[in-house]
Design a protein around this ligand. Structure first.
Ligand code: GLU
Length: 480
C-alpha cells in the first residue's frame, strides 16, 4: 500500500501541542513507510479564519522539521492544497450525489430547523434531520444548503488506536454538504480531498469520532474506499482531569521556540503525549521516532501535558548538544550587557551554564553577573539575611575573614581552574571550615546570588581581576 498521510488544519489560530502532535504522528507514519506527508489547509469557514494563521502553521511545521512533501506553498501532484481553491471539485462531487438521488436542497429556514430540534427535545427524543426530510425538495440553486441523503444502518469499523468500534443506525443522519455561502462543510470536503489526494491514513482528534458513521455512509454513497482511521487521545492538563487549556501552560508552538526550547526537544516531548515504545524510555531522537513509532501503541486514554517534563526534556537536549551548535542558538538570548563581550567569553559562560539550563530564555537570569557587576545592595542583603543554614551559622565577621583569606590565596594564582581549585580546597582545609560556608560566601561575593554554575569554573571565566575586585568589594560591604 502506498502510504500518504496528511495534516489538515483550519487556519483559525496558532498551532498548539495537540495539533502539532497530530501532525507529528502523521509525519512519522509517512516517513517510516517512505511515503508522503501532505499539508492541506481547510479554510472553508470564513467566519473563523484568522489572518496570519496559515503562515504560523507553516512556520511551526518547518521549525520543528516536519517537512511536508506537498502543500499550499510548495504545490504537488494534487494541487491546490487550500480547500477554498477546490470549490469546483466539491461542486462536481455534490452533483454526482444529486444525480444519484443522494443529496437534496434543504428547503427549511434556520428557525424551522430549530423548531424541529426543540420539538424533539420536548419529546425527549434525539433530533434527526432525516425525520423531516422534505418529500419534494426544490431543485438546488446553490443558495440554500445542500444535504446528504443518508441511508441509516449499523456500522462496524476499525480504528488503529481505539480498536473495533460499532454504532447503530440512529447516529446516521442527513448532514449538510455545502452551506448556503457556497463553501463545503468539513464533513464533506475532507472526504473528497482525502480521496482525491489518495490519502491512506486519516489521523485526527477525538472531536470527529461521533461523526464517523456519517462519513462511512458518505464513502459508500460516493463509491469511495475508506482510508485507515486513527483517533488521537485528548491532551489533558497536568492533573490529568480536564482538557488542556492555556492556563496549564500550553502555548503556541512558536512561543516555545521563542522561549528557547529546542525543536528536537519539543518533538521528543510531543511524541510521548499518548505514545511510548513499550519501554520506560522518555527521550527520543527523530531518527529513533521514525524507527519506533507505531500507531497501534498510541494510548486510548487522555495524555497528561506536564510542562515540567517538557523543561526536563529540553534540559536534556541542551546538555547533549555540542557547544558549537548551542552557541548560535544562544545568540539571541544573552542579556543586553553581553553585547560588549567577545564570542569566546560567551562560549565559556555558556559551557558553564549548559548543565543547568532548562531553556534558553533562562540565560539572562543565570548569567547576568558574568556581564555586569552584581548589585552591591543584593550582595549586602544576602550577607545580612542569609537563608542557608550553614552560612547562617557563621558571623559576618567570620565571613569577612574568610573572604580576606580567599582574596589572599587567589592573588598569586594563574587562574587556571586547576590552580583555583587547589588553592581554595587548600584554604578550606587550612581554615577548617565548611564548603557550605566558605564557597557559599565567595559565591555571593562574586555573583550576587545564592546559586551559580560551579564555583571554580565561574571564577576562571570571570577572570582574576574581576574576581578579586568583587571579593574586595564584598569585604568592604561587610565592614559597614
Ligand atoms: N480541519 C480540521 C481541524 O482543523 C481537520 C481535521 C482532520 O484532520 O481531518 O480540526
Amino acid at each position: 500500500m502506498k502510504v500518504r498521510t496528511r495534516f489538515a488544519p483550519s487556519p483559525t489560530g496558532a498551532l498548539h501541542v495537540g495539533g502539532i502532535r497530530t501532525a507529528l504522528f502523521a509525519w512519522l507514519v509517512a516517513r517510516q513507510a517512505k511515503g508522503q506527508f501532505v499539508l492541506r489547509l481547510e479554510d472553508t469557514d470564513k467566519k473563523r479564519e484568522q489572518a496570519g494563521a496559515e503562515e504560523q502553521i507553516i512556520n511551526s511545521l518547518k521549525v520543528l522539521g516536519l517537512q511536508y512533501d506537498e502543500g499550499p506553498d510548495c504545490g504537488g501532484q494534487f494541487a491546490p492544497y487550500r480547500q477554498s481553491e477546490r470549490l469546483e471539485s466539491y461542486k462536481q462531487w455534490a452533483q454526482k450525489l444529486i444525480d444519484k438521488g443522494r443529496a437534496y436542497a434543504d428547503p427549511y429556514t434556520v428557525e424551522e430547523v430549530q423548531k424541529f430540534r426543540d420539538e424533539a427535545q420536548k419529546a425527549k427524543k434525539p433530533f434527526l434531520y432525516r425525520n423531516h426530510r422534505p418529500t419534494q425538495p426544490p431543485k438546488w440553486n446553490g443558495k440554500t444548503p445542500l444535504r446528504f441523503q443518508s441511508e441509516p444502518k449499523p456500522y462496524k469499523w476499525h480504528d488503529e488506536v481505539l480498536g473495533d468500534l460499532n454504532t447503530g443506525p440512529e447516529v446516521v443522519d442527513d448532514f449538510i454538504l455545502i452551506k448556503s455561502d457556497g463553501y463545503p462543510t468539513y464533513n464533506f470536503s475532507h472526504i473528497i480531498d482525502d480521496a482525491e489526494m489518495e490519502i491512506s491514513h486519516v489521523i485526527r482528534g477525538q472531536e470527529f469520532i461521533a461523526s464517523t458513521p456519517n462519513y462511512l455512509n458518505l464513502y459508500e454513497a460516493l463509491g469511495l474506499e475508506r482510508p485507515i482511521l486513527a483517533t488521537m487521545p485528548h491532551i489533558l492538563g497536568p492533573e490529568g482531569k480536564k482538557k488542556l487549556s492555556k492556563r496549564d501552560g500550553a502555548k503556541d508552538v512558536l512561543d516555545y521556540i521563542e522561549a528557547g526550547y529546542l525543536p528536537e526537544a519539543l518533538v521528543s516531548f510531543i511524541s510521548t503525549l499518548g505514545w511510548n515504545d513499550g519501554t520506560e524510555q522518555e527521550i527520543f531522537t527523530v531518527e529513533e521516532l521514525i524507527d519506533k513509532f507505531d500507531l497501534k501503541k498510541v494510548q486510548r486514554s487522555g495524555a497528561k501535558f506536564d510542562e515540567q517534563r517538557l523543561e526536563w526534556t529540553n534540559g536534556h537536549f541542551i546538555r547533549e548538544m555540542p557547544l558549537n551548535k548551542l552557541s548560535p542558538i544562544a545568540e539571541s538570548f544573552w542579556p543586553e550587557a553581553a553585547e560588549r563581550f567577545d564570542e569566546q567569553y560567551k562560549k565559556d559562560v555558556l559551557s558553564l551554564v549548559q548543565e543547568r539550563l532548562k531553556f534558553m530564555a533562562e540565560l539572562p537570569q543565570l548569567t547576568s553577573f558574568f556581564f555586569s557587576e552584581p548589585k552591591i545592595s543584593e550582595v549586602k542583603e544576602l550577607f545580612d539575611n542569609p537563608t542557608d543554614r550553614q552560612l547562617k551559622s557563621a558571623s559576618k565577621l567570620q565571613i569577612k575573614a574568610l573572604l580576606v583569606e580567599s582574596a589572599k590565596v587567589l592573588e598569586p594564582s594563574d587562574f587556571t581552574e586547576k590552580d583555583i581549585t587547589s588553592r581554595l580546597n587548600g584554604l578550606l582545609e587550612q581554615l577548617n571550615t565548611k564548603p557550605g560556608i566558605l564557597f557559599a560566601a565567595i559565591r555571593i561575593a562574586i555573583t550576587g546570588s545564592k546559586s551559580s554554575p560551579q564555583l571554580f569554573g565561574t571564577l576562571r571565566v570571570l577572570g582574576k581581576d574581576k574576581s578579586l575586585e568583587r571579593l574586595k568589594r564584598a569585604i568592604e560591604t561587610l565592614r559597614s
